[in-house]
Structures are given as structure tokens and as C-alpha cells.
Design a protein around this ligand. Structure first.
Ligand code: SF4
Length: 217
């Protein structure tokens, strides 16, 4: 039997120092966000306000957060919603029913997500790792090995960003609400277990704490 090449599985193992992205509210549950805001000298109810913008309204532009004091909007957004994903390329195909997105992460890693529209639902396929260590012989991602695990917020932010694209009506012939999530983008989800489980919690917890999906994975 031919043995497959062994590639590094987890750069988060002791002794390795992955380049972690900045902390984001989607890394934390509501209590964690409240504790963070207390550290910043802000009242706890700001956690719900910021969560409502991010998860409930799909808003990340501080100028649109008009219920926050104008003097602290930028600082709060910078502290709890730093940019995690920079769009590199977005492609529409299948007559606009499928949209592919390529993102650059803060350390230059590239990951992909896909939004897929159907007459009765919209599904997002998201990545859980930058690269992949599984080395499946048929897969181009696997041949390059694993760069690092994504943070919880980097996983969640793909779905939240593309929920906004769906809400804009950009997915032809489909309802405007993102309704399903699959973890079939780059990476093996179970190799980044704890962050993927946290991401599922954020995606399934009702707004404003989470995105409120009933159908993840
Ligand atoms: S991304 Fe999926 S198919 Fe590709 S190597 Fe990893 S586990 Fe295999």
C-alpha cells in the first residue's frame, strides 16, 4: 500500500507560534464581550449594541452605528470589530446563483468561501484553516500543506460577510436570508476542533449574540 505524505497538522501545537489575528467580538460569547468592554471602560450594554450591528444588522461601518456615541464609535469598532478578511477577488457564476470569494487574512494567508443560492435557501461554504494538512491526493489545497488554523472570528466572519451579500439581493433567484452553513472550504474542520465548535455556537446562537442559524453543517 502506498503511504501518503505526512504534512504538519496543527501549528497551534506547543512550541509553535501561529500569527494570531486581532481579537474580535465573534471570538467571544456575550459575557466575554461585556467583560472586554468593562476593561475598556465602557458600559456592558455596549456589547449588545455592537453585537446587534454585527450579527443582527450585518453592519460593520462605524458611521452606521448611530446609537453609539460619535466620539467612541471608531474606537469601539476598532477594538471589537477589527478587519479580519480583506476581499481579494469575488467571482459570480451560474448566472449569479453562485459567488466565490477569496480573502486575504492579516498575515497574508489566503482562504476561500462560496455562497450558493437555490430557489428555497442560500448556503455558505466556509474555510476553517488556511491550507490543509490532510494531503488528500486529489486536492490542490492539501498539496500545499497547512499554514495555520483560523480563529473562531475568522471562520464566523466569512459567514457574516456573505450573509450581507445575500441580504443585498445579490444571489440571483434565491431568498435574501443566508440559511445554511457547511464547513467544506479550505481545511479539515475537526483538525481545528475547539475554534470550529465555538464558531458553530456563534452561528447558531440567536441574534444579537450570534447569527441565529438553525442549520449549521
Ligand atoms: S481541504 Fe479537504 S479535500 Fe483538501 S486536503 Fe484538506 S481534507 Fe482533503
Amino acid at each position: 500500500m502506498t503511504s501518503l505524505p505526512v504534512l504538519p497538522l496543527s501549528p497551534d501545537a506547543p512550541g509553535r507560534r501561529p500569527a494570531l489575528p486581532p481579537r474580535h467580538l465573534a471570538d467571544l460569547d456575550l459575557a466575554g464581550r461585556q467583560a472586554l468592554l468593562a476593561e475598556l471602560g465602557e458600559p456592558a450594554f455596549r456589547a449588545k449594541q455592537l453585537s446587534t450591528h454585527y450579527f443582527g444588522r450585518l453592519v460593520r461601518d462605524p458611521a452606521q452605528m448611530t446609537d453609539l456615541p460619535a466620539a467612541s464609535r471608531d474606537r469601539l469598532a476598532e477594538s471589537l470589530m477589527p478587519r479580519l478578511l480583506t476581499p481579494v477577488r469575488e467571482l459570480a457564476c451560474d448566472g449569479g446563483a453562485t459567488r466565490k470569494a477569496l480573502w486575504r487574512l492579516h498575515d497574508g494567508s489566503l482562504v476561500e468561501s462560496v455562497l450558493m443560492g437555490y430557489p428555497d435557501r442560500v448556503t455558505v461554504c466556509i474555510s476553517s484553516q488556511a491550507g490543509c494538512g490532510m494531503a488528500c491526493p486529489f486536492c490542490a489545497t492539501g498539496q500545499a500543506g497547512l499554514t495555520r488554523n483560523l480563529s473562531t472570528a475568522e471562520i464566523v466572519d466569512q459567514a457574516v460577510y456573505l450573509a450581507g451579500v445575500a441580504a443585498s439581493g445579490a444571489v440571483t433567484g434565491s431568498p435574501p436570508r443566508l440559511s445554511h452553513v457547511v464547513f467544506m472550504g479550505m481545511g479539515e474542520p475537526l483538525a481545528n476542533y475547539s475554534r470550529v465548535v465555538d464558531a458553530v455556537r456563534r452561528l447558531c446562537t440567536p441574534a444579537p449574540e450570534g447569527l441565529g442559524f438553525r442549520n449549521a453543517m
